[in-house]
Design a protein around this ligand. Structure first.
Ligand code: GTP
Ligand code: MG
Length: 379
């Protein structure tokens, strides 16, 4: 089964502390302050990679930690920055921050190589050298680094495709995908052959291409968990249009094809509606499949008529022989041309990397007492 949801923890590195140090060399007993600043902690980024298709790797590892910044050193040396880590996720991953059961969408990695900063590394503290001023020639102050951010994230893949194929099991969705694209999706004469989404690329006569997603079949009650449930619908949420594949062949002999086809269509529409308002409003092309079967061909005019009464246009095809598929392709090409491009749910922003100048709050300044400051014991 496709693993398309995962929960992970990310922990950025802490900033290293600044240190207190003075120049000590022969002939210069009271050298100036030279305690360096701490290094910045490493940050955690997510990076979209189209080579990945699932979130299965996230099941075995739960916490992703970036390195801490090193403390500052004498001789004005800044501590070494902790290394950032970049975690690869499939393109099409939505990232939610979890906080007390609440999930807030913080990014949507829709393009290959897109990066999202998910946990910012802590800032290194200030060494005493940075506190030197005309009035404070021998500062003994330093600041600790700030802690790195820690977050719990929910990752969720929503495939990025132009067209989604939906319909009941056995309607011929995978057969149609294979006909329209070079995909080799499994086809079977039994329901629920497809267990996880298949993708293919269709090339149109105008030279443009469209990504088509074929998802597992839906049945009545899918929104209540029947069959394989309706969670796969998330993979057609981003599509620009749906192709609803209708199987007109009745299981019971005496039901007229036309009546059954429309009934099946409406059952699926109800499931889409229960899933989300956005899906029911998506542009749709209705396709009646299996026109190579004599009875279907004979009753196609009736089928068309029953849909027309509801104001719906249908395309008759045989995904098996390819009949009507070229016309369908032209229709899809035309519709896609008029539809806006797929939009991400939220643009992933890469927050600027941290800078040592983002100095920590003044109140965090610590001071190492000098020898003179220390109370003298026993007096
Ligand atoms: N005669 C005929 N059979 C077809 C046609 N299209 C598909 N089939 C057959 O119908 C059965 C189901 O096809 P699939 O493509 O696996 O159907 P599906 O909609 O992907 O089914 P699920 O993955 O189970 O949801 C297979 O036996 C196909 O060979 C067609 O145009 N004509
Ligand atoms: Mg299938």
């Amino acid at each position: 089964m496709l693993v398309d949801v995962a929960t992970i923890k990310v922990q950025a590195g802490n900033g290293g502390r600044g240190i207190v140090s003075f120049l000590r060399e022969k002939g210069n007993a009271r050298g100036g302050p030279n305690g360096g600043n701490g290094g910045n902690g490493g940050s955690v980024y997510l990076v979209a990679d189209h080579n990945l298709a699932t979130l299965i790797d996230f099941r075995s590892k739960a916490v992703y930690k970036a390195e801490n910044g090193a403390p500052g050193q004498g001789k004005d040396m800044t501590g070494i920055d902790g290394e950032d880590i970049r975690i690869k996720v499939p393109t099409g991953t939505l990232v939610y921050e979890l906080d007390n059961e609440e999930a807030t969408l913080i990014g949507d990695l829709v393009e290959d190589g897109q990066e999202l900063l998910v946990a910012k590394g802590g800032v290194g503290g200030r060494g005493n050298a940075s506190f030197k001023s005309s009035t404070n020639q021998a500062p003994r102050q330093y600041t600790p680094g700030t802690p790195g951010e820690a977050k719990e994230l929910k990752l969720e893949i929503k495939l990025i495709a132009d067209i989604g194929l939906i319909g009941m099991p056995n309607a011929g969705k995978s057969t149609l995908l294979n006909h329209l694209t070079a995909a080799k999706a499994k086809v079977g004469s039994y329901p629920f052959t497809t267990l996880s989404p298949n993708l293919g690329v269709c090339r149109f006569v105008n030279g443009k291409e469209a990504v088509i997603a074929d998802i597992p079949g839906l049945i009545e009650g899918a929104s209540a968990g029947k069959g394989l449930g309706d969670e796969f619908l998330r993979h057609v949420e981003r599509t620009r249009l749906l192709v609803h594949v209708v199987d007109p062949i009745p299981v019971e002999e005496d039901v007229p094809f036309a009546q059954l086809a429309l009934h099946n269509y409406e059952v699926i529409r109800k499931e889409l509606e229960d899933y989300s308002a956005a899906l029911i409003d998506k542009p749709e092309v209705v396709v009646v499949n299996k026109l190579d079967i004599t009875e279907v061909a004979e009753q196609f005019e009736d089928i068309k008529g029953s849909f027309a009464k509801k104001g719906l246009e249908v395309y008759g095809i045989s995904a098996f022989t390819g009949r009507g598929v070229e016309e369908l392709k032209l229709k899809l090409m035309d519709m896609l041309d008029k539809l806006p491009p797929a939009k991400p749910f939220r643009t992933a922003k890469v927050v600027k990397k941290i800078d040592i100048k983002d100095l920590p709050n003044r109140r965090m300044v610590f001071r190492i007492p000098s020898v003179e400051d220390r109370p003298i014991k026993g007096r």
